[in-house]
Design a binder for this molecule. Structure first.
Ligand code: SF4
Length: 580
């Protein structure tokens, strides 16, 4: 491995051939998000559809992966089935360290396999295996089989796979990573499905030299101390992100019942404390993370007329609880876990799936659709119906569910109800905090709440200053983009401030990245938007449904004029950035 260039494994699924490419550019794109955008420039076909076999599917890690704590994420980039534009999705599990120990900065899949297959890669092998018998198999079944079929080499092994939703090309299809992590948003599962790839097995089967330098050991200690012995990461380990449910409900920013409300007394059944007291089994962690924010809850099923139970383990977090709980009016913590498990099995992004079904429920209440479309009667709070509806959505059981799987607004165009579709570029994240967040998510690069700090800005600012708000978004972005190029878990953004990152990069041998962080961040930010614009991004084409105008937060009613002004000013500035 070299610090001067990238080492990229390129696998052509059509010919079955693979090659290792040495790629220049480390000093400009750093890795992760930057590297992924650079690779799309090299291999991408902006003029072709998202599911064209020539579109690349990219996984990329960063220069600090495996070297410092919480550098545990992988960037997955592809053309999204949602809007046929370039996008990213971030996932953890063992994926990043497995790629690191396999000896690659990135994996690029090009072409399309002739039948549904799995691809296994390691430091000295690439194998593509016909797994057409896995067609339609859910993520859990596929994961178990893959573990048996592909021999485990020594070291870290990460297993990525899709469920039925990815195979049918649903824009809500995620990729399940190992047991409890995902490349969740923007339809990465469909991008993999379009390549006829059911699973990717990454074998981290080689050794990597770690610096014996005292300076490295000292900086590592410093970071480790911050992560494990200060309050910086405590919230993520203790109650986890579920702790935010009560707080957001208190400030009237938690979406309930398809965003018809932003607070409800029933929150007392869905707080982080309730999930921990009643359901929590244990915490899990991504490889290379001493924090362990993954909270695994349980629910149990009783075997018929016997005093025996089957225990199900289901990961939970703030946003999945919003999507399968408050948004659907499901207020029993075990029921929320039941719905989440169904989403997990068919490999649907929990947020997209929950928000889409919330729209379908309101559309049912308003008489726009009925059981002819939904197959099961949908009612807010009816978890059993939602469990079945998730299966229909994930498997595309009829025309209605197939269309809904391509996006709530696509279904609303056909059946009506566009005004109450809770879509901000993609189905909304769980933050009804105000105008800045609504504008920022709708134009965000990956439509994640972590694209910007808008959700936090809204919670602290009630003045309607367009310029100030937009400037905040623009100033905040380069730092995030640099972190996702490292590729850090964004929960650790307070640990890895500018100074800390510079130290880490310097002792890891990336002096140039340490010294030129500001210029490199700007370059990566611009490159990402350029690639996005090349593939069709146009902020003027993105509309914000009327439901968001009706929201009431701690600041009072949303101001639609202010919202439009922020969106339009932010869109203009993004286009200027890309054009520079
Ligand atoms: S804090 Fe959570 S998501 Fe982030 S790396 Fe650790 S376990 Fe993974």
């Amino acid at each position: 491995m070299s610090r001067d260039h990238y080492r990229v494994l390129v696998v052509d699924l059509e010919s079955g051939k693979s090659r290792i490419e040495k790629l220049d550019g480390r000093d400009k794109t750093a890795g992760g998000s930057g590297l992924a955008a650079q690779l799309y420039q090299n291999y991408g076909k902006p003029e072709l559809d998202w599911n064209h076999p020539e579109q690349p599917f990219i996984l990329a890690i960063g220069p600090l992966t495996g070297i410092f704590p919480l550098m545990s994420k992988t960037i997955c980039s592809f053309i999204s089935p949602y809007h046929s534009q370039y996008t990213e999705s971030h996932g953890g599990g063992r994926s990043a360290l497995a790629l690191f120990f396999a000896g690659y900065d990135a994996l690029v899949l090009i072409g399309q396999a002739s039948v549904l297959s799995c691809v296994s890669v390691g430091s000295n092998h690439v194998q593509i295996k016909d797994t057409s018998f896995m067609k339609g198999m859910n993520a859990m079944g596929a994961g178990k089989l893959i573990r048996r079929i592909f021999k485990k080499a020594s070291g870290h092994r990460s297993i990525l796979r899709i469920g039925p939703s990815g195979e049918i090309g649903s824009a809500m299809a995620c990729i399940n990573v190992d047991s409890y992590r995902h490349f969740g948003r923007m339809g990465g599962g469909a991008a993999l499905g379009a390549k006829r790839i059911k699973g990717i097995i990454i074998n981290g089967d080689s050794g990597r030299e770690i610096s014996q330098d005292k300076a490295y050991a000292q900086v590592f200690k410093e970071v480790y101390h911050k992560v494990t012995s200060t309050s910086m990461m405590k919230k993520y380990y203790n109650l986890g992100t579920a702790v935010n449910l009560q707080g957001l409900n208190d400030i009237r920013s938690l979406p309930w019942y398809n965003l018809q409300k932003t607070a409800d007394p029933a929150i007392s059944h869905l707080t982080g404390e309730v999930f921990a007291d009643q359901t929590l089994l244990r915490n899990g962690a991504c490889s290379g993370c001493p924090v362990g924010c993954i909270h695994l809850g349980f629910y149990r099923d009783r075997f018929k007329e016997e005093a025996r139970y089957l225990y199900h383990q289901v990961p939970y977090d703030y946003e999945p609880i919003f999507a399968a709980g408050t948004m659907l009016g499901v207020t029993n913590c075990f029921d929320v876990l039941r719905v989440l498990e169904e989403l997990e099995l068919v490999s649907l992004d929990a947020m997209s799936g929950g928000v889409a079904l919330a729209w379908a429920t309101e559309a049912t209440e308003r008489g726009l659709i009925d059981e002819c479309q939904t197959i099961v009667p949908l009612r807010f709070g009816d978890a059993t119906a939602y469990q079945q509806a998730v299966q229909h959505l994930g498997r595309g059981s009829n025309d209605f569910y197939q269309l809904l799987g391509m996006g709530t607004l696509k279904a609303a165009q056909e059946y009506g109800g566009e005004e109450f579709g809770c879509v901000l570029g993609q189905e909304m994240a769980g933050y009804a905090t105000g105008e800045l967040f609504f504008a920022a998510q709708s134009l965000g690069f990956r439509h994640s709440h972590l694209d910007t700090g808008a959700y936090s800005w809204d919670q602290k600012n009630d003045q309607k200053d367009v310029e100030k708000g937009v400037q905040f978004l623009l100033d905040d972005e380069p730092g995030r983009v640099f972190l996702t190029s490292m590729v850090a878990c964004l929960f650790a953004r307070s640990v890895y401030d500018n100074e800390q990152l510079a130290k880490c990069l310097a002792v890891a041998g990336y002096e140039n990245l340490a010294q030129n962080r500001t210029e490199i961040s700007e370059h990566i930010r611009k490159l990402r938007w350029q690639v996005r614009v090349q593939t069709g991004f146009n902020p003027d084409e993105i509309t914000i449904p009327k439901r968001f105008h009706e929201v009431e937060t701690w600041k009072g009613k949303i101001d639609p004029c202010f919202l439009d002004e922020v969106k339009s000013a932010y869109g203009k500035r993004i286009m200027e950035l890309a054009a520079k």
